[in-house]
Design a binder for this molecule. Structure first.
Ligand code: SF4
Length: 107
């Protein structure tokens, strides 16, 4: 007999997802592989995450669950995802989208 010890998510662990800002932006590629997204996609998702009321919950969940794909809490969790925190991102390339000064520092 085989016994599994993998912990499943309880409903109380994911209740915060109902308040995610991403729910209103299903047009963005939240679950796409990083190479299938554009710079604009990633910047738009990052901006939404910065203002999301459950950003901290999302970041904690992604860390605890060791997610390895998709865009969570302001960053892509694909190991091959482009780095948005380099010196080229020191300016706000999309004025009017709420500012991007916090890019890369959310999680
Ligand atoms: S932090 Fe970003 S990915 Fe996480 S729930 Fe909020 S909008 Fe969605």
């Amino acid at each position: 007999m085989t016994t599994t010890t993998t912990r499943r998510s309880r409903a109380s662990d994911i209740n915060w997802m109902r308040d995610g800002a991403c729910l209103d932006r299903a047009d963005l590629p939240w679950i796409a592989d990083a190479e299938q997204t554009t710079t604009w996609d990633r910047l738009a998702m990052s901006t939404l995450c910065q203002g999301c009321p459950v950003l901290t919950d999302c970041a904690g969940y992604a860390t605890r669950q060791k997610v390895t794909a998709g865009f969570w809490a302001g960053q892509h969790h694909d190991a091959d995802a482009p780095n948005l925190t380099g010196p080229g991102w020191a300016i706000d390339p999309l004025p009017g989208l709420g500012g991007l000064g916090g890019l890369g520092g959310a999680a």
